[in-house]
Design a protein around this ligand. Sequence first.
Ligand code: ATP
Ligand code: MG
Length: 448
Amino acid sequence: MEKLKLSEIAPYLGATYNEDAEFDSVCIDTRKITKGCLFICIKGERFDAHQFADEALSLGASAVMIHSDIEPNGAYIKVDDTAKAMLRLSGYYRSKFDIPVIGLTGSVGKTTTKEFTHLVVSAKYNAIKTLGNLNNEIGVPQMLFQIDNSTEAAVIEMGMNHFGEISRLVNEVKPTIGLITNIGVSHIENLGSREGILKAKLELCEGLAEGAPLILNGDNDMLQTVKDEHHKVVFYGIENGEFKAENIVEADNSTSFDVAYYGKKQHITIPTIGIHNVYNALAAFVVGYFLHIDPQLSADALADYVPAGMRQKVVDVDGITSIEDCYNASPDSMRAALKTLSDIKGNKKIAVLGDMLELGDYAKTAHTEVGNAVAENKIEYLLAYGNDAKFYVDGAKQGGVKNAFLFDDKEKLSEMLLNIASKGDAVLFKGSRGMKLEDVINTVYKGW
Ligand code: ATP
Ligand code: MG
């Protein structure tokens, strides 16, 4: 981050300050304080960081940002709401840099697409990206503050649970290229319907520069209806789009395809499996196109992809193929993962599924439909764990899966899995983050 002064930002934030101070980073966690930072006192659910204001100053923060009536022992700037002010400050800071910024959102596939996109963009630019999954109103500002005079591009993931969130984020991120991976059913309990989800994601357009590319998944039933006179809408997909993936070949641990676009063709191989990753990599290629990155360089960059933590990693555990996918789960990503399990080599296919959380009233239907998908993908065994997991079992049985079992205990599930899985089989582990299916993985790997 480049230096800022309280005297410069105060008028912009409508804030007051006691004495001027300069800072060269922004910090919200006293454990990560660096000398010369601005420590922003955020009131969280469990802690109110205002109580750490003095500690932050004694640890080397050059100033603190506060909204409560406290009198810190050093330089401070006072605003109405520190979290909102941090977001606005990040937008002010971002606007000092005239660089390409790729802003992406969608129901699923954001982080994976962000990783692919960052690889492509990095083929030409010194680019920063959202670290991990820091995609909300607290995370996005931190990411924008990473920009400095050496940064030539930024790839920023934006997430949301409610209406208005993307709008608030995108008005600070101010992307020069927008990308929406898909419209599924995540967070439908807050947004009412899939039309609601589409509307919420399209808030992306509010902060997207006039005439900028808006890259959309053309195979998504909701996105393919989008028309936008203010932006250059471009679709990608396998069925529909100006950028089409053709000749898809899935191998053991890699997938290759040709991108056909505007009369041209580019061959791509990515070191991961699953048709959903064809979409994710293809979207990244389209971003590269708009940044005038040589298509072969984009392809070379995509070949360097490394799956991020706990997202669909395929490992061979003593002859058993294990697809570890315990990072999160939604109906859309579940269907994608079951298709992957179905396509992969394996004598017997076993799905170990934990609940999909945060589906509200839609939970029963969603779990039942995923159970149906277990059957459609001809998966022989279903081991289900959680409160709504009974609906997986119901759905699978409706579809004719004979071996569908429900567990309320991960130990018992692990025991059964150890009994039924043998060399040559393929097992998928997938559930919402909160279900912690890695516990099962850790137990059974010891036995395999
Ligand atoms: P979050 O809301 O947690 O930020 P995300 O949108 O960033 O999620 P990823 O972390 O990229 O999504 O992927 C989550 C899971 O969804 C992966 O483990 C993968 O199985 C699946 N997935 C990834 N890309 C797609 C896609 N394009 N379509 C469907 N499922 C996908
Ligand atoms: Mg993510």
